[in-house]
Design a protein around this ligand. Structure first.
Ligand code: DGY
Length: 318
């Protein structure tokens, strides 16, 4: 029987699929297995099911001579050295598609929460600071009919555009490739990133993390945005230069930010952004609905099993 290592407890629906063909060891902790622990656990494994919190680098795979497949339970796989896996003939899979709408919902929730000061208002009510109704008390900005700039019109960007269209927003997007469906269905216009930043009331990021997108949004880009604009990042933390973002918010160069992801996760408690009222922060929960996480576990399990059998993965990365 094949031996596999699963780096966290995952929904049972996924485990059932794995156990039909393999003997599975599951890391029992709530936190990820430490790197050295993982390295030693997979030495004699044929398959690995991992999460975005696990660093799967060249050294780790070199130390697992039997490894045939690395199945990532996420759509993003910037934590996996795919080149090193490919060089070793190891198949890599991910879980695209099933989390698209759930993640788009969350991006839109961040847009709404930041624009309408939802979290700040909640804090005020709970602190007993709500004394009366008055015209500009907790007044925010409108989302409907505003201009949204979507950086990366892939699957998730497209679903954000669908939601924005429902709010009668003007939709701009920046992407290497045109997306004719977004243009015809939602009236989206493809523009250069600089123009998107200059014109948008909301800028929302939906591009993968790659060397070319690391700090894609930095000092220069933030300085192009309107002082009334809001930046939302539910993709990957390092796409935004977090220090530059803090400085821009404090200097009033932009009005607010909604962040589900950070350069370092979990975000340290002394992160200066956490002190700002105009920033809404979440703990990387873009795809976190029970239904979606269950579907992701099933896909990750199917990728794993296919790799163990030497078959093409349903959702391959390499
Ligand atoms: C992914 O799948 O890449 C997400 O960030 C996890 O929700």
């Amino acid at each position: 029987m094949h031996r596999v290592y699963v780096t966290r407890q995952i929904p049972e629906e996924g485990m059932r699929i794995i156990r039909e063909v393999a003997e599975a060891e599951v890391w029992p902790g709530e936190l990820p297995p430490p790197y050295e622990e993982l390295r030693s656990r997979i030495v004699d494994c044929d398959g690995l099911l991992c999460l975005l919190t696990d660093r799967i680098d060249a050294e780790l795979v070199a130390n697992a001579p039997r490894l045939k497949v690395v199945s990532q339970l996420a759509v993003g796989y910037d934590n996996v050295d795919v080149g090193a896996c490919t060089a070793r003939g190891i198949r890599v899979g991910n879980t695209p598609g099933v989390l698209t709408e759930t993640t788009a919902d969350l991006a839109f929730a961040l847009i709404m929460a930041t624009a309408r000061r939802i979290v700040e208002s909640d804090r005020i009510v709970r602190a007993g600071l709500w004394r009366t109704w008055s015209p500009l008390f907790m007044a925010g900005v409108d989302v409907h009919h505003a201009v949204i700039g979507i950086v990366g019109m892939g699957r998730i960007g497209f679903e954000v555009a669908r939601r924005a269209h429902g709010f009668q927003m003007t939709i701009l997007y920046a992407d290497e490739r045109p997306n004719p469906a977004a243009e015809s269905e939602f009236g989206a216009s493809r523009v250069p990133l600089a123009e998107l930043l200059t014109r948008s009331d909301f800028v929302t990021i939906h591009t993968p993390l790659m060397p070319e997108t690391t700090h894609l949004i930095g000092i220069r880009e933030l300085s192009l945005m309107k002082p009334s604009a809001i930046l939302v990042n539910s993709a990957r933390g390092p796409i935004v230069d977090q220090r530059a973002l803090y400085d821009a918010l404090v200097a009033g160069k932009i009005a607010g930010a909604g962040l589900d992801v950070f350069e370092k996760e979990p975000v340290p408690n002394d992160e200066p952004l956490l002190r700002l009222d105009n920033v809404v922060v979440l703990p990387h929960i873009g795809s976190a609905s029970v239904a979606t996480r269950t579907k992701m576990a099933i896909i990750a399990a199917r990728n794993l099993v296919a790799g163990l059998k030497g078959e093409a993965l349903p959702h391959p990365v390499n």
